[in-house]
Design a protein around this ligand. Sequence first.
Ligand SMILES: [Fe+2]
Ligand SMILES: [Fe+2]
Length: 330
Amino acid sequence: MSDTPVLPRPRGPLSEAVTEALRDNASLPPVGDPDPVGEDLAVALHTCYELHYQGFRGVDPEREWDPPLLEFRRGLERVFLAHLRESVPGGDDVAGVLDELLVEPVPGTGVSHFLRDKGEWWQLREYFAHRSVYHHKEADPHAWVIPRLRGTAKAALVAVEYDEFGGGLGERIHAKLYADLLRASGMDEHYLHYFDDVPAPVIAVVNLMSMLGLHRALRGGMVGHFAAAEITTAPSAQRIEQALRRLGGSAATTHFFTEHIEADAVHEQVLRHDVIGDLLDREPELAADVVFGVQATELLEARFGAHVLDAWAAGRSSLLRALPDHPGPS
Ligand SMILES: [Fe+2]
Ligand SMILES: [Fe+2]
């Protein structure tokens, strides 16, 4: 079976318009003034971006550079980016915002804390479904920043990407380890299989990465985003691994997370000192963009966490459609 995704289910007029444009060459409407955090914008923008990754079944790959689609995407990005810029505190204290990420609140209140302490198997599987929309393309958007960097910043970022892409081994690519995790969890491992089931807050996290990766003007933001993600991944991977072990999971389910506990502790240092340090030596005027990348990541991750925990606290699925029951981890 082809792993190329099918067009997503529309969630409003903009996502409907873009899927129709891709399916039937329908013309695109003006973007207007949509809700920057709504389901419709998230899906419409994600659909535009996916043309730069794997594309869609039945859609001509040439549509990636279709001027009306690019103009439509630009309109969506303007709304999304303006919202992010006005929702974060800003500033140019790069060391300060990165140090803040290292301070773990006590007691922790995030999704991974909840999962470690009292998460049930169905909740872990929901978490895996949410995160699959990124981990299927893990480290891909970050690769777009490589040609925008120079010297040590470039070399060090590529060293981290080399790990993310399996150190030369296809079976160790982190996206592949994630597919293995899904299979071991009784879930569908195919690329973007769960896309129609996940809500806007997690799609927004992926849209942020795609936007930062595709725009050279936002290269500082991409580097800040990458550092923020690497700093926060090792401790959260540790908590998910503890949750899985508590529920009886074996290496088949814990491997993706154990891989990240060690690797990301190293990646964090490389990003901080060699990538950000060297980038700001060369281009000190990018400090505010680096801060923006860190803060936008934290903002969207916090919203995603709140969405998931609110749903679970209310006894609801955090997905748009709950997963079928499954007996337990392997
Ligand atoms: Fe990774
Ligand atoms: Fe990493």
